[in-house]
Ligand binder design. Structure first.
Ligand code: ADP
Ligand code: MG
Length: 297
């Protein structure tokens, strides 16, 4: 078992940051730990990486107990903390060499992780000279040095620009083919883009644990359409795979379809065949967004 959390609670003073949390991750997969700010994500990750101790409950990484076998746990996990503490005056290789020494890792492995994380073109620079995206890569390289089975990444894509975001997502996806990746985020789209599974946390409690595939399969889709004049709701029920039609405002309709196929072209053809003009046409992919909103209200 890669990660096993059983009835973990964490109490800070009078606040319960985690309340009786349990979940398991048992194969190489990318699991998104999704929740609003303050939900308890970083707290859970710090417990799994032995940075802090839980108040109650049990957690294991690679079958090693975080309370009784901290050294083995640390050898099993690569951790990218939320505020990646990099030393800006150090050169990339110098920074990695320091940590390599801590873990007893060879010089060849440093070069390997530099290559693996796409750092090569920037690897001669000081960390302070790197963009946020490349600094994040240094953090990844560091987390991967001792070739751990499990990677714990705390908000790895927060604060990146769109290009950096795509690069880092791809890096995480490629790492996730071989290793268990447990990554936190407060951004739902990150889960859609990278994860096989999502565990949603809110106010210190797990409120959902689902495979993305399941969410996609069970997915309903809403198309919002505005026509140039009023149409009978019943008339719109003639559209294929339509489940529900709601006239939300004047000539605006929310049409729910029970399919993942993009239905906008069907709506467009339907309008054309019936001499209707479309003033706006938008699609909403509902499942994860709805789930997240409902569960974290
Ligand atoms: P997230 O990472 O999901 O944003 P955190 O795990 O950082 O959430 O925090 C969960 C809750 O615990 C928050 O209300 C936060 O203020 C509180 N908290 C976190 N760390 C501490 C601490 N060291 N002392 C007191 N409260 C803390
Ligand atoms: Mg956090």
């Amino acid at each position: 078992m890669s990660i096993e959390v059983a009835n973990i609670s964490k109490i800070y003073g009078s606040q319960r940051a985690l309340n009786n949390i349990s979940f398991k991750v048992n194969k190489p997969e990318i699991v998104g730990f999704l929740g609003p700010n303050g939900a308890g994500k970083s707290t859970m990750m710090k417990i799994l990486t032995t940075y802090i101790e839980a108040s109650e409950g049990q957690a294991k990484v690679n079958n090693f107990d975080v309370n009784t076998n901290q050294q083995k746990v640390q050898q099993s996990v690569g951790y990218l903390p939320e505020h990646n503490p990099l030393y800006l005056e150090q050169y990339v290789r110098e920074y990695l060499a320091f940590n390599a020494q801590v873990y007893g890792v060879t010089k060849e492995r440093i070069e390997e992780v530099i290559q693996l994380t796409g750092l090569t073109p920037e690897s001669h620079k000081k960390i302070g000279q790197l963009s946020k995206g490349y600094r994040q890569r240094v953090g990844f390289a560091n987390a991967l040095l001792h070739n751990p089975d499990v990677l714990i990444l705390d908000e790895p894509t927060t604060g990146l620009d769109p290009n950096q975001l795509v690069d880092i997502r791809n890096l995480i996806k490629s790492i996730g083919k071989e290793k268990t990746v447990f990554l936190s985020t407060h951004i739902m789209q990150e889960v859609e883009a990278m994860c096989d599974r999502v565990i949603i946390i809110n106010k210190g409690e797990i409120v959902a644990d689902k495979k993305l595939k399941e969410l996609r399969e069970g997915q309903e889709q809403i198309v919002v359409v505005e026509f140039d004049y009023r149409v009978e709701d019943a008339f719109l029920l003639n559209l294929p795979k339509v489940k529900q039609v709601v006239n939300t405002h004047d000539f605006i309709y929310e049409i729910t379809f029970s399919t993942t196929e993009d239905m906008r072209s069907h709506v467009f053809d339907f309008a054309h065949d019936n001499q209707l003009k479309i003033l706006q046409l938008n699609q909403k992919n509902m499942s994860l967004e709805n789930l997240f909103r409902e569960l974290t209200k």
